[in-house]
Design a protein around this ligand. Structure first.
Ligand SMILES: Cc1ncc(COP(=O)(O)O)c(C=O)c1O
Length: 399
């Protein structure tokens, strides 16, 4: 009997032709070999997960709320958790957000899918950063849009390209990650935030600020949200990087009309996000100071980032360029002319070190960049991994 199973090809929806498995998940399979030092995943450091506190919060919720914590609940999400998020927007970013404009989602990833569902028909133009978060490309791709992208410079998008793209392509949405972007680690300057917000605010486009890393700043002062400059801006947030990703809790904050449509769309997908998980996270946030926890995460990631930057300077050829982020979890490396990143990937795996080739984050071609994750490796592994990678770069260049 064939192990492949029945063939449904003739029955599949057309959109499945546009669906691609995440290149990163495929790469992570290669890196399951325990001898490989992997900087490929985008994993938060498990040392930061508040295991005992979550256990305590879970027990308390079950003890105090009993069966109601295990019942079906509203699609919008647990109201006190939405109020907590709204309060934090005010305290940290001076943004006045109505809790009714916050929808709790299964990670911010689901927010991306819901946005696609309510905004995109096949062929609709969508503007991305170049490079862009792979998960957003994946989420929007299901709705068969026409992507274009604006170059991300060290201080944010190229503004001439942005203005031209907004006017020529007339995108329905512009998807941005202005703080410590995945994959590049780059952030928008204060000046570019203002212009991006203004340009989008003057046009019929949904500006989206996805911000899972904004609180993971280990140097410098926070910069204003795009929403300060474009009040209709949609915000995506997540507990994945500041509490733990396995809880699968994030949120989307959008003006009422979009919010109502996304609530209806979410009802068709999963009725509501895991209610018990929402109650546990809320209890945890009541009982433990999130800022104290985040300060610990920032200090750890800051040390790991510094270790990676220093190891790159020590082990890589001088003409390999690397970003030096002030926060987040990633560092972006640009190879010199003539060194192919796909070739480097093969050599690196043979030398037992892994990264994500940058091409995964481009809607067109790229063979010069690689993404390195620093949050999930200690300083000794970072140094050894960069040593191996430096040797691999030299080998590819000579070969
Ligand atoms: C820019 C960006 N957006 C969204 C996500 C999805 O995060 P989650 O669904 O865990 O909130 C990630 C995860 O790595 C990300 O890097």
């Amino acid at each position: 009997m064939s192990t492949a199973g029945p063939d449904f090809s003739a029955l599949l929806a057309r959109r499945t032709q546009r669906m691609q498995r995440s290149a990163i998940r495929e790469i992570l399979k290669v890196t399951e070999d325990p001898e490989i030092i992997s900087f490929a995943g985008g994993l938060p450091n498990p040392r930061t997960f508040p295991v005992a506190d979550v256990a305590e919060a879970a027990a308390k919720v079950l003890r105090e709320a009993g069966t109601s914590a295990l019942q079906y609940a509203t699609t919008e999400g647990y109201r006190p958790l939405r109020e907590f998020i709204a309060r934090r927007y005010w305290e940290k970013q001076q943004l006045r957000i109505d809790p009714d404009e916050i929808l709790i989602t299964n990670g911010s990833q689901q927010g991306l899918d819901l946005l696609g569902k309510v905004l995109l028909d096949a062929g609709d133009p969508v503007l991305l950063e170049r490079p862009a978060y792979l998960g957003a490309i994946q989420a929007f791709s299901s709705y068969e849009p026409k992507f274009s992208a604006v170059t991300l410079e060290d201080d944010g998008p190229n503004l001439a390209e942005l203005e031209a793209a907004l006017d020529r392509q007339r995108p329905k949405l512009f998807y941005t990650v202005p703080n410590f972007q995945n994959p590049s680690g780059l952030s928008y300057s204060a000046a570019k935030r203002e212009v991006v917000g203004r340009l989008c605010g003057q046009r019929p486009v949904v500006l989206v600020q996805d911000d899972p890393y904004g609180e993971l700043r280990f140097r410098g002062e926070p910069l204003p949200s795009l929403k300060h400059h474009c009040p209709s801006c949609v915000l995506l947030g997540s507990f994945s990087k500041v509490v733990a990703p396995g809880l699968r809790l994030g949120w989307i904050c959008a003006p009422r009309q979009l919010m109502d449509l996304m609530v209806t769309a979410k009802q068709g997908v999963d009725l509501h996000s895991n209610y018990f998980s929402q109650r546990v996270v809320h209890q945890h946030l009541l009982d433990h100071d999130l800022d104290t926890h985040i300060a610990m995460v920032r200090a750890l990631y800051g040390r790991q980032c510094d270790a990676m930057v220093a190891a790159i300077k020590k082990h890589f050829p001088a003409d390999v360029k690397s970003s030096e982020p002030d926060g987040g979890m990633f560092l972006w490396v640009r190879l010199p002319e003539g060194v192919s990143v796909m070739e480097l990937f093969k050599v690196a795996i043979a030398r037992k070190v892994a990264f994500v080739p940058g091409s995964a984050f481009f809607i067109d071609a790229d063979d010069r960049h690689l993404r390195l994750n620093f949050s999930n490796s200690d300083e000794a592994r970072i140094d050894e991994g960069m040593r191996r990678l430096g040797e691999a770069i030299r080998q590819v260049r000579v070969g």
